[in-house]
Ligand binder design. Structure first.
Ligand SMILES: Cc1ncc(COP(=O)(O)O)c(C=O)c1O
Length: 444
């Protein structure tokens, strides 16, 4: 009883502290408009304190609940939580290299088709697993793979396609899936920037044999750091968790023993017969588990996710409505007919001969307190990390190079309100008045 009373008191204090800190005064031109950030209230803090009060540190009850809830949200069977989206990508691809998959495994030297215009850790796991990335150019507008070039990219070494839904905009899943089915390839969806996006009415992240999420703060929901791998196949879930949990063969949850019923009855590798399955390793693994504190925050964030998704769509639509008059100067975002994006950001490409450069506009926006970002690496192959890396480019990367020079994005996250999108649009208007007073506007 005494313990309950003290706990309640702690939670009351936490709520008080939160309401003291809460401030959302926006002063145009003074308040920096971030492109992303953590949106939370006292519930996240209370959950976090709750797990701290019980000293639940390693993943446990909250993590298991969250895995079930995530899987149900996306409409897939299994979710395995991990400590970041990058780890999720590494685990998804590493799982496919497992000897347990027999001939279907990705063997060293196998090729994986991807794009160079994106985040480095979509591609990193390909190289880390001694596989060869094959880069195909992207379309301008959707910033997703040019599906018509897939046929030219495939070789007898191709084993998988690993692609992100760029900034929440679903790639052409229909064509990509037809292709992977025809050639018997694995498909991994990097869904890190696209939680809540749909394609033909179904959530992205439920199409590939494996898909990933990131919960780093600018993403659709956050746990500070965090990630997840999704799959419908029990064998893949087990492989993902083996690589995540030190490479172990055993799939017992923490605190449980003998789930397989054969703990002391197996003979694997060159081990003596009956060696404890709990300490038998079938992969050269990692430890990429998340903590219970992260899962605690995730449980509260997941409740807010539908509202977050709506806010992102609303902000995107407001920006689109206000900026489409400049379509002679920018390539505006485009969406596949079957896609319904849950946007990560609002990406623009300055057209060649626009009369100003991307860098001039970005500097202007930043000077007026509007955060901008590039499309991550732009062209990954041009980064220092690619020196000495074995890769193949199929058909040139003309658009990827244009993105490197001319594209940037601004935020649509739920921390941006109507006053902020109005201010962003006014700032673009002022830029055009100052820089190009004769700008031709498309007002239709
Ligand atoms: C498409 C994509 N994949 C993977 C990641 C990596 O996620 P994390 O930062 O959680 O490692 C990011 C990061 O923002 C991303 O944008």
């Amino acid at each position: 009883m005494e313990e309950m009373r003290i706990r309640d008191e702690v939670f009351q204090k936490v709520k008080q502290l939160y309401s003291l800190r809460k401030k959302n005064d926006f002063v145009p031109g003074e308040t920096y408009i971030q492109y992303g950030g953590t949106i939370y209230d006292e519930k996240e803090i209370c959950r976090l304190v709750d797990s701290a009060l019980e000293m639940r540190l390693a993943a446990g009850r909250f993590a298991r609940q969250l895995e079930k809830k995530f899987a149900a949200f996306l409409g897939v069977k299994y979710c395995s939580l991990t400590n970041s989206g990058s780890s999720a990508n590494l685990l998804a691809l590493s799982a496919l290299t497992s000897p347990k998959l027999g001939d279907a495994r990705l063997k060293p030297g196998a090729e994986v088709i991807s794009v160079a215009a994106g985040f480095p850790t979509t591609v990193g796991p390909i190289i880390q697993n001694r596989l060869i990335p094959v880069f195909v150019d992207v379309e301008l507008g959707t910033y997703n793979i040019q599906v018509e070039k897939l046929e030219a990219a495939v070789s007898e070494k191709t084993g998988a396609i690993f692609l992100a839904h760029t900034l929440g905009n679903p790639f052409n899943l229909k064509k990509v899936q037809e292709f992977t089915e025809e050639y018997g390839l694995w498909l991994i969806e990097d869904n890190c920037d696209a939680l809540g996006s749909k394609y033909e009415g179904r959530y992205t992240g439920s199409f590939g044999q494996l898909a990933t999420s990131s919960f780093y703060p600018p993403h659709h929901m956050t746990m500070g750091e965090g990630g997840a791998v999704f799959t419908n196949e029990l064998r893949l879930k087990r492989l993902v968790e083996s690589f995540r949990d030190w490479g172990r063969d055993c799939w017992c949850q923490p605190g449980t023993d003998n789930s397989c019923g054969k703990r002391f009855e197996l003979q694997l590798g060159k081990l003596p017969s009956g060696y404890d399955h709990k300490y038998t390793y079938s992969h050269i693994g990692y430890n990429l588990k998340l903590t219970e504190m992260q899962a605690a925050v995730g449980l509260e964030q997941l409740k807010k996710l539908p509202a977050f998704i709506e806010a992102r769509k609303r902000n995107f639509n407001r920006l689109y409505a206000g900026l489409k008059k400049y379509k002679a100067y920018f390539i505006l975002p485009k969406v596949e007919a079957e896609a319904e994006p849950s946007w990560f950001a609002f990406l623009l490409t300055v057209r060649e001969n626009a009369g100003f450069t991307r860098n001039e506009l970005v500097r202007y926006l930043e000077k007026h307190k509007i955060a901008t970002r590039m499309l991550f690496a732009g062209n990954l192959t041009k980064h220092p990390c690619f020196e000495g890396v074995d890769y193949r480019i199929c058909g040139g990367l003309k658009n990827t190079d244009l993105i490197l020079e001319n594209s940037f994005f601004i935020g649509v996250y739920p921390g941006i309100n109507k006053a902020m999108t109005d201010y962003i649009i006014e700032t673009f208007d002022r830029f055009f008045q100052e820089k190009l007073p004769q700008a031709e506007l498309v007002l239709a």
